[in-house]
Unconditional design. Structure first.
Length: 440
């Protein structure tokens, strides 16, 4: 692996790292970064009670570039790692790179031009079409094209997928089983702004019949490291029923992602994506998340994310045995070619404990009972009360998991740990990974 040296000549003990974000994804990333021998100090903004045990939390909003800049100066930060997508889509990387320069500050995350892969579903679909990346057929409509969109839906094969063009916290996708439902949903999204500004444009997409999974890379825009793959479970109800959520659980590795399939993923999806970015002169340093549908033995891209997924991070990162911090710095320096990933062959399973009512309205402030400091237990929506107790503070509260020799053992251990934790109204899916027990 490449020799790691601090960006600043003043820093001889390693890197002072600022991780932006405050959910389960950031808790998992912070855990890995804190374990690196090259980490001199770790700050998480805003962080959560879990990250407070392994890092210094900073009370600031990641999308506020002035506050982030001040924190960088005050804490002599060498490397910024951006967890959530919104600051990237809004150009935080560009502003900080302009202010500090590459020699003074490394920033892991794409600029606004690269972040369009996630920030606009329409842009990403056009990008895939330009570069021969397999994806579902689609059309995009705006509010002044509503009638045209309704006519298009009236004869569209069913089911049909409607996606808000912009960021919608993982909830801007609706699968419609009837034409009437599709027309009502399109009207609700475009006219009533069901997902706010995110649905000012709506992508109408062909429904692909297959099984979903996700692939992830660390890239410097030219070379890449392929991370462990994962499968997440987005619907709130068991057997994939009910509303979409930010994710109710995840498994890694994925039994059906055999070697031949992953070769196709790399050849048809990952490499074509990187070549496309280079062809369009879009610089890119960061994670790329490829949401995939396995149709037969062929991969189709459902979506790009320009950051790690949540809860996929909570099963992918624990399986990385090599130095994650070293990989991120190498990407920032354009030295990724010399890196390689070491992966734990065991299976990781994560189950999300959520507040009753999620993803709709839900109460907060309930005391959480049980040991939340076990390995593969990550804080997602928690807060520390004035009396020191741990309380619920979000829809997705805790990501609770375990490692095992296979899916069956990992599930058994994860659900045993789930039973050790409770809070009023707690809900979780009981079928995470169950569909993967069938031999592939």
């Amino acid at each position: 692996m490449s020799d790691m040296q601090p960006t600043s000549t003043e820093q001889t003990q390693g890197y002072r790292v600022l991780l932006l974000g405050g959910g389960g994804r950031e808790h998992a990333l912070a855990t890995a970064l804190s374990q690196s021998p090259h980490c001199a100090a770790l700050f998480v903004a805003p962080g959560n009670p879990g990250t407070a045990l392994i890092a210094t939390n900073l009370d600031l909003i990641p999308s506020k570039s002035e506050a982030v800049s001040a924190a960088i100066h005050q804490n002599q930060i060498d490397l910024v790692v951006c967890g959530p997508e919104e600051p990237l889509v809004n150009g935080l990387a560009d502003r900080l790179r302009d202010e500090f320069g590459h020699e003074e500050l490394l920033f892991f995350g794409p600029g606004a031009s690269g972040a369009r892969l996630e920030g606009s579903k329409d842009f990403s679909k056009q990008f895939m079409a330009r570069h021969g990346i397999p994806t579902a057929r689609y059309r995009t409509f705006t509010d002044d094209q509503l009638q045209e969109g309704l006519e298009y839906l009236s004869s569209h094969p069913l089911p049909v997928v409607l996606k808000a063009d912009g960021l919608a916290a993982g909830k801007g996708v609706v699968i419609c089983s009837t034409s009437a439902e599709a027309c009502d949903t399109l009207t609700d999204m475009l006219v009533n702004r069901r997902f706010g500004a995110a649905s000012s444009r709506v992508v109408v997409e062909e429904f692909l019949q297959g099984i979903e999974m996700s692939a992830f890379v660390i890239t410097d825009g030219r070379d890449y490291l392929l991370l462990p793959e994962a499968k997440d479970y987005k619907r709130v109800g068991e057997r994939d029923t009910g509303l979409n959520t930010g994710g109710m659980g995840a498994i890694s590795p994925v039994p059906f992602a055999h070697t031949e399939f992953m070769v196709r993923v790399e050849e048809r999806v990952i490499r074509r994506t990187l070549r496309g970015l280079q062809a369009e002169n879009i610089p890119y340093t960061g994670f790329i998340f490829f949401g995939l549908m396995k149709v037969g033995d062929d991969p189709y891209v459902i979506e790009y994310n320009v950051r790690m997924g949540d809860p996929e991070t909570e099963v992918v990162v624990p399986r990385i045995q090599s130095d994650l911090l070293q990989h991120l710095v190498a990407a920032c320096k354009g030295e990724l070619q010399a890196e390689y990933i070491e992966t734990n062959p065991q299976t990781a399973c994560i189950v999300m404990l959520v507040s009753g009512g999620y993803p709709g309205e839900y109460p907060r402030g309930f005391t959480i009972y049980g040991n939340t400091q076990r390995p593969l237990t990550y804080h997602a929506g928690t807060r520390r009360a004035d009396d020191g107790s741990l309380q619920t503070a979000g829809g997705r509260v805790l990501a609770v998991g375990a490692m095992g020799a296979d899916v069956s053992e990992a599930r058994l251990k994860a659900y045993k740990r789930v039973q050790e934790l409770c809070f009023e109204g707690v809900y979780f899916r009981r079928d995470i990974g169950l569909d993967l027990l069938t031999p592939w």
